[in-house]
Write a protein that binds this ligand. Structure first.
Ligand code: AMP
Length: 466
């Protein structure tokens, strides 16, 4: 049986609109008998908010009965004491969904997905993007399975429900034989939480212990720290983990010839206090900044980062170059990310709403460090703000290479037409954003800062090698 609270879906969907299929999100799952798992999931999602602000949802199971609440907006907007109180049980999963530019902001796309199956309730929270969704959809529809959205996560839910095998362990393995692309999943069943990572390991997923006998899985380790869980390890590419009454069970499906953790997690996406591949993301970002300073030095009075995402890169640049680090721009903490507004005009206006320059920029030569340039819409207005504040020169340094290719693996990276570096040279971009000079980190420089010298990472947005 399933109980549902939350807004009623009221969406129209176009299954042929592939823009809607891109999902970059945060997922988590908790197995902790005797504890308030919904509240733990809520706080874990709170820590994963940067991975998605469009919708949030939690699904729990209590003696075979599933409860779900999901809604549009931030975790803190979707949940309150009343709806958390309904989410009883000892197992749960949660999801925050990332706004995909151009995609519909409707509850039909909100996760987790929850259905009743022959093996009891099945809840799915997915981060990633399947690359063979059209074929999988056709196959499901031909088998008479109805779909309510254009989301590949619903396809995963229905594939698992109809997969071969009498147990979820077998069905998940069957699903993994046909699914292609990126998926880090938290799956809820009658008596276990599963965590599954695709054989390439595109998106992160880790596991931790809580309160002695409980277990937590989450997209990033920052979610574990928030709920006082101890990080145990990352879930390996191709690994299936089951958390249940008999503890932790793990299966490994055949590995791919190489692995492909998204390198952009290090550049921008992950929280700096998370660990990826045994390294602090903050440490990697400082190293990216240091390498950028080696590759593209320039005489200046002050290094500033675009807050908050490029602060660590800017500190790294400053330490390496000896040019003092300064704050420069103050960010309004209560404004969401610029990309939430897909409309170009609003994106421009939001930059001024989001940042204010400090007066001590006056007369100074500034090195402005940002982690990345995607569409090139944010940088121009920021540079204009710095000049209005009296900056004498603005030299922009970008701690990642030019982004020329779209992402099909779950990061909303804009389409190729929208990617400024796909169509303009560095000099043209410099003129477009109004800087005195512009330079990007090389791909070798990026790889050298990442664990394993970048081997085993997807860098397709930079080099087009999917
Ligand atoms: P743009 O104006 O499109 O060039 O946006 C670049 C800015 O957005 C940089 O300051 C990044 O920190 C940030 N950013 C990079 N990637 C993304 C993404 N996938 N979604 C939202 N913001 C991003």
């Amino acid at each position: 049986m399933i109980t549902i609270t939350g807004q009623e879906p009221h969406a129209s969907f176009d299954a042929t609109d592939d823009r809607k299929a891109r999902e970059a999100c945060g997922v988590c799952g908790v197995y902790a008998p005797g504890m308030d798992v919904a509240r733990m999931t809520f706080f874990a999602l709170y820590a994963l908010q940067h991975r998605g602000q469009e919708s949030a949802g939690i699904c729990t199971v209590e003696r075979g009965i599933a409860h779900i609440h999901k809604g549009l907006g931030l975790v803190s907007q979707v949940f309150n004491e009343d709806n958390l109180g309904v989410l009883r049980g000892s197992l749960s999963i949660g999801h925050t969904r990332y706004a995909t530019t151009g995609s519909s902001v409707h509850l039909t796309n909100a996760q987790p997905y929850l259905i009743e199956t022959a093996l009891g309730p099945l809840g799915i929270a997915h981060n990633g993007n399947l690359t063979n969704t059209p074929a999988l959809r056709r196959d499901l529809l031909q088998r008479g399975v109805g779909l309510t959205s254009s989301s590949d996560s619903e396809v995963i839910t229905q594939m698992l429900a109809g997969a071969d095998g009498q147990t979820w362990d077998a069905r998940i393995q069957d699903f993994m034989r046909t699914a292609e692309g990126a998926y880090s999943l938290a799956i809820l069943t009658r008596d276990a939480v599963y965590a599954v990572r695709d054989p390439w390991g595109f998106r992160p997923l880790c596991i931790g212990r809580v309160n002695g006998s409980g277990w937590v899985v989450a997209s990033e380790s920052c979610a574990l720290s928030t709920i006082d869980a101890t990080f145990v390890r990352e879930i390996e590419p191709g690994e299936i983990i089951r958390l249940g009454a008999d503890g932790v069970t793990s299966w490994r499906t055949p590995a791919r010839p190489r692995q492909a953790l998204c390198i952009f997690e290090y550049v921008y996406f992950a929280r700096p206090d998370s660990l990826l591949e045994g390294r602090s993301v903050h440490w990697v970002r400082r190293k990216l900044g240091a390498r950028l300073a080696q590759e593209h030095p320039i005489d200046a009075d002050m290094v500033i980062g675009v807050p908050d995402s490029a602060t660590a890169h800017a500190i790294g640049y400053s330490n390496e170059s000896g040019v003092p680090f300064g704050e420069g721009l103050i960010k309004n903490r209560y404004i969401g990310r610029t990309f939430i507004q897909p409309d170009e005009r609003l994106r421009r206006r939001k930059v001024a709403l989001k940042y204010n320059p400090l007066p001590d920029l006056s007369g100074k030569r500034i090195i402005l460090v940002d982690d990345s340039i995607v569409r090139g819409t944010t940088s121009g207005p920021i540079v204009a703000l710095l000049r209005q504040a009296g900056a004498r020169e603005v030299h922009m340094r970008v701690a990642s290479p030019p982004i020329r290719y779209p992402c099909f693996m779950g990061v909303d990276m804009a389409s190729q037409d929208e990617l400024i570096a796909a169509h303009q040279s560095t000099d043209e971009i410099a003129r477009h954003i109004g800087v005195d000079s512009l330079a990007y980190l090389s791909l070798e420089g990026l790889r050298s800062a990442v664990p394993g010298n970048g081997v085993g990472h997807c860098q397709a947005c930079f080099d087009g090698d999917y």
